[in-house]
Design a protein around this ligand. Structure first.
Ligand SMILES: [Zn+2]
Length: 466
């Protein structure tokens, strides 16, 4: 069993910042001791990583990715192999991706298909949520089985009629089942029926540019759906996790529900914190690069979302990583914004963008680790194996250089996509060394990982329920 010591860094978890050395045996952390102490000095190891002047943080947990997702006649351009490798480069060591149930098929068939795509291909550890596209007597029963075997969260859609959409009755049934079996319902909260009317009207009036994607997916239709999802969960007595919250009014619904003591949680994504409708309005169809749903909002919403992260009305930042190349994929929507595949790349950028928020004084260092690693791990039943640095935890660790400077660019990123949503953005901070279960997978500018190192993670239920 290989022994590794990480010496001289500032260990930052959601709870503490301590000057400590970290001892790893095999795949796990076994001890922390004060740097320079008799105990720490006494540790001998085959490998010593010098972390002086650097942070030692738990590897990022990205609880929302869509590798290889089929969408709008094409598929997300990152495979499990390329996407998890890019994640590792960016200091993320666990992803929770979404297996998809197709209409007319069982949950099991969808899960098996996604397990087959991922198995043997991932550079880092991975787990699955289940997208329920077809709530039936049978799929409701299947939910119980999936919870028992470690797929403990189920995403439903109030948007995308004819594809993923569930009506309120189906949503209520899935929530009731979740209330019984401990499964957490995740909601894409946008009123898709109303949005489709606005899409039709916009196209008929010749408003076909990418920026109209943001207009028809009206903020109030996100807020309305968020409110409805909360009330349905309240009726069912179930917890609720709202994915990719992008607007101030939707956030207000979450805050009000939490103030009433409900088990309602919210996630936002870097694109809503760093980008806006100005990007969607970029000329020459460049706006298509920023088409995702929920859509980017006017800049003032960013302020509200940062506040929500500080006040804990939002608890998690995930990426909703779902990349499509500009050339050949985003271009499917030239002349009709509704045909632009929805999604942005980001799995490699999340940890660094959020660190930049630390640099700018928007959040603290511990809050950075909390929203990007600890809370997603707790929310989805992976803690303390993931999301912290403690005896018994997996040695998923990033030695992070807070003083490095990098320029985000498609020319240098590792995601399999021909553009960066943050092209030219200069940020401070970069992963120097990344360990996944005790194995160094990234060292400086060298990738040392391999496809198949990543292991499937069965999950417990949400650890926040009261
Ligand atoms: Zn998604």
């Amino acid at each position: 069993m290989t022994r590794t010591v990480i010496r001289g860094g500032l260990v930052i978890t959601a709870a503490e910042e301590v000057a400590a050395d970290v001892l790893i045996e095999g795949e796990q952390v076994v001890a922390l001791a004060a740097t320079g102490s008799w105990v720490a000095e006494g540790w001998s190891a085959e490998r010593v990583i010098d972390a002086s002047g650097k942070y030692v943080i738990p590897g990022g947990v990205d609880a929302h990715t869509h590798m290889e997702l089929p969408f709008g006649g094409t598929a997300a351009s990152d495979t499990f192999e390329t996407g998890t490798r890019a994640a590792a480069w960016g200091g993320t060591t666990t992803i929770v991706d979404f297996a998809v149930q197709s209409v007319g098929r069982s949950l099991r068939e969808g899960l098996d298909a996604w397990q087959a795509k991922a198995e043997g291909n991932c550079a880092i550890d991975y787990a699955f949520h289940m997208i329920m596209s077809d709530v039936t007597e049978n799929s409701l029963k299947e939910m119980d089985l999936l919870v028992d075997e470690g797929v403990t969260s189920f995403k439903l859609f109030m948007a995308y009629p004819g594809v993923f959409y569930s009506d309120d009755g189906k949503i209520l049934r899935a929530m009731q089942q979740g209330a019984d079996n401990g499964g957490l319902v995740m909601m894409h909260a946008e009123n898709g029926i109303a949005i489709d009317v606005l899409v039709e009207q916009a196209l008929a009036a010749g408003r076909t540019d990418p920026r109209y994607h943001g207009e028809v997916r009206h903020e109030l239709l996100e807020a309305e759906a968020t409110h409805r999802a909360i009330r349905l969960a309240e009726v069912a007595g179930s917890p609720l996790y709202v994915v990719h919250v992008s607007s101030e009014s939707a956030l207000a619904e979450l805050a009000a529900a939490r103030d009433r003591g409900l088990n309602v949680f919210g996630e936002t994504c870097p694109q809503y914190l760093f980008l806006s409708t100005d990007n969607l309005a970029e000329p020459a169809f460049e706006g298509a690069k920023y088409v995702c749903s929920t859509p980017l909002r006017p800049e003032e919403h960013q302020v509200a979302l940062w506040r929500g992260l500080r006040t804990n009305d939002l608890q998690v930042v995930s990426t909703d990583h779902c990349p499509f190349c500009f050339s050949g994929q985003k271009e499917l929507g030239r002349g009709d914004f509704s045909k632009i595949p929805n999604g942005l790349p980001g799995v490699e950028n999340r940890m660094d963008l959020l660190h930049q928020a630390v640099v700018e004084g928007r959040i603290s260092r511990r809050r950075w680790v909390e929203i990007a690693a600890a809370t997603p791990a707790r929310m989805f039943g992976l803690y303390p194996r993931k999301g912290t640095i403690a005896p018994g935890s997996d040695a998923d660790i990033v030695v992070y250089d807070p003083n490095a400077t990098q320029t985000m660019s498609a020319a240098t990123h590792h995601m399999n996509v021909d553009y960066s949503a943050y092209e030219g953005l200069v940020v401070r901070g970069k992963a120097a060394t990344v360990l996944s279960r005790g194995t160094v997978v990234v060292e400086g500018d060298t990738y040392l990982g391999r496809a198949g190192h990543g292991r499937y993670q069965a999950r417990a239920t949400c650890q926040y329920l009261i």
